[in-house]
Design a protein. Sequence first.
Length: 236
Amino acid sequence: MAETQYVINEITAKDTWRIFRIMSELVEGFDTLGRIGPAVSIFGSKRCQPGDMEYQLAYSIAAKLAERGFAIITGGGPGVMEAGNKGAREAGGTSVGLNIRLPEEQGPNSFQTVSVDFRYFFLRKLMFVKYAMAFVILPGGFGSLDELFEALTLMQTQRIKRFPLFLVGSRFWTPLVDWMRDTVVERGLLSNDELDLFSVVDDPDELVDCIAWCEKEKCYDTPVGIKGRLNSEAEP
C-alpha cells in the first residue's frame, strides 16, 4: 500500500502546503452548505443493497423529510447514503452528498443535487454537524458508529445544541443501548441523563414528525431537547 495513501503522514511531511488544501475545503464547504436551509444528516452502512430494509427505511425517511422542507445530507456513497440522497431527490428536495476520497470506495452516487468533495475526514465530519439540526443513524459499521459518538460527545460537552438524534431500528441498536446502560452507566462512566441524548425509533413517521416539531419549536434550545416531547407522549 502506497505511503501517500495515509493522509496523516502526508500532512506531517508537507504540513505547510496542506494548510492551503484544508482551507480550500473549508471555504468550499461553508460557501456551498451555508445556503441549503434546515437539514438532517443521515448515516448508515454503505454495504446495504436496494432490497434491504435499511435502504428502504433511509429512502422513506429522506423522502418524508424532504417533503417537509428539510435538506438531506449524506456521505454521498452507496448503501444508506444512496438511499437517503435518492429519497430526497425524488421527493423534490435538496440532496447533499459530502463525498470522501477512499481507496476502496465507489464513486459518488448519482442522486445528489449538491455535492462537496473532501480529502480529510475531520473537515467532512465538521460539515455533517455544522449544517444539520438533526441526526438520523441507521445500522452501520465503524463509520456510522464514529458519527454517532462524535455527535453525542459534542452534545454532551455542550459544543453543539441538543439536536434530535435518532437511532433507527430497535433490533439493531438495543444491544448497544443495553450495554451502555448496564455496563457503562453501572460503572459510573455515563449517567442515565446522558442516555437521553438519543432516541431509538422504528417508525419513520414518528421520527419525521418529531424532527419537524423540533425545528418549529426550536426544541434544541431547551434543556431536555426532543426528549421533552417523547416523554410527554409516553405519559398516560
